[in-house]
Design a protein around this ligand. Sequence first.
Ligand code: 5GP
Length: 192
Amino acid sequence: MGRRRLTVLAGPTAVGKGALAAEIRAHYSEIWISVSVTTRPPRPGEIHGIHYRFVDDDTFDQLIADGEMLEWAVVHQRARYGTRREPVEEALRQEKLALLEIDLQGARQVRQTMPDAFFVFLKPPSWDELTRRLAGRGTETEGEQARRLETAVQELAAESEFDAVVVNSEVPAAAQELVALMRNTSQATPFA
Ligand code: 5GP
């Protein structure tokens, strides 16, 4: 039932998923992007309802208890992040091309419940570039950066689990490539 209209994009921390999402939001209005729920506090400039829905632990617990989460995970051993099921199902009912940008644990959960979704791995051009981007962001402490790099090592090893790989060298080109993949895949016959 149009499951190939759902694309799950995962990739290591600081690979540029946020920048890619901003690019797609700005230039590809036909793509519906899920807004995740998180217990982490907003970074400067982040807007509730656009970048994330920022909630407290009790609210997150309630969403899980009510069965509202399609997937959720503790990321970087810190905060919880998750995708609410209903908005995704609504976007698919409306035959939109839907995109989830989530971590590897979440992608694996979606593979269990929606195996016909299209799974794309976003990869940095190199390990050096990844560490440079993480340091350059300047929003995490050194301890936090080290924790995120630890997660990134595991995440990079998971590339082969995915249906397609996009290298994020330049954000506009990567966005264009991802959208082209989404358009092609949604038109292909899923069970051929
Ligand atoms: P950040 O705190 O830098 O915005 O995101 C940290 C990590 O959380 C990223 O790797 C991102 O993919 C992941 N993430 C964001 N939203 C979700 C979500 O809804 N579910 C899961 N499982 N991970 C998410």
